[in-house]
Design a protein around this ligand. Structure first.
Ligand SMILES: C[S@@+](CC[C@H](N)C(=O)[O-])C[C@H]1O[C@@H](n2cnc3c(N)ncnc32)[C@H](O)[C@@H]1O
Length: 240
């Protein structure tokens, strides 16, 4: 990656060679505008549906890890506004599975947003992964979206250890794969959906904080593997 690879009109050149760990997201500021935050949670549901590729990952990586009787529990760790948990419940129902989905996030504002729409079969709770481990909870499949890039090294180690402890089947954490192409595509497309939200700034910062496939491989503990998923995605996977 060259230094100016991420440059595009209206944006300063950015260095995508290494993870930009100094960047924080606007929505993480506890004093950010609550109305803009509520809009951001709703709008990220749309962005996630467009970019995160979970529909395919559900079929290829979640379904095979569910119990053969078709009944199971799926946990979405760091659920934010809850869109992935809701989508999994929808796909499970339409594919004939009887799945209970739990979404947790330690951020009360996220759980408040998620609870505005908690359809049958989906529960949202204000908890961290560590809270669930302490409570002795177990799930067939533990997933997350866009959490790995968000965490510092120590937090991520704890998060992955918690995920292993919580999953009786598979842990599956999906995130952005950092690249100039991902950055440029998001910089060009995000203005279409970003008005009145933090979606553009936080999305671009998230891309800059995210891993390449090689970086994720190097950082995962023993027993985990990293896979590339198209387009612009990585998966961290652990099978119990
Ligand atoms: C970048 S947001 C992603 C939200 C959502 N999954 C999405 O894709 O829009 C990362 C979330 O992880 C949550 N988080 C951080 N550490 C966590 C932990 N140990 N257990 C559960 N959630 C955690 C944060 O509160 C934050 O809401």
């Amino acid at each position: 990656m060259s230094r100016r690879d991420g440059a595009e009109p209206g944006l300063p050149a950015v260095d995508l060679r290494t993870r930009a760990l100094d960047l924080t997201e606007l929505m993480d500021d506890p004093d950010c505008d609550p109305r803009a935050l509520a809009r951001t949670f709703r709008r990220f549901a749309l962005v996630n549906a467009l970019v995160s590729g979970w529909r395919a990952v559900w079929r290829t990586h979640v379904v095979p890890a569910l119990p053969v009787n078709g009944r199971g529990r799926v946990l979405d760790l760091g659920c934010g506004g809850g869109d992935l948990a809701r989508a999994i419940a929808r796909w499970a129902a339409s594919d004939g599975f009887d799945v209970e989905v739990v979404g947790v996030d330690p951020d009360a504002r996220a759980i408040q947003a998620a609870n505005r729409r908690a359809p049958h079969g989906v529960t949202f709770r204000q908890r961290s992964s560590g809270d669930l481990v302490a409570a002795g909870e177990r799930f067939d499949v533990v997933v997350s979206n866009h959490v790995l890039h968000h965490l510092g090294d120590q937090e991520r180690s704890g998060f992955l250890a918690d995920s292993e402890a919580l999953a009786s089947g598979r842990s599956l954490h999906s995130d952005i794969r950092r690249s100039p192409e991902a950055y440029r595509a998001y910089a060009l497309a995000s203005p279409l959906v970003a008005a009145g939200t933090f979606v553009r700034v936080d999305g671009l910062r998230s891309i800059r904080r995210s891993f390449t496939l090689a970086e994720l491989r190097d950082t995962l503990p023993d027993g985990w593997r990293a896979e590339r998923a198209a387009p612009h995605r990585v998966l961290a996977i652990h099978d119990a």
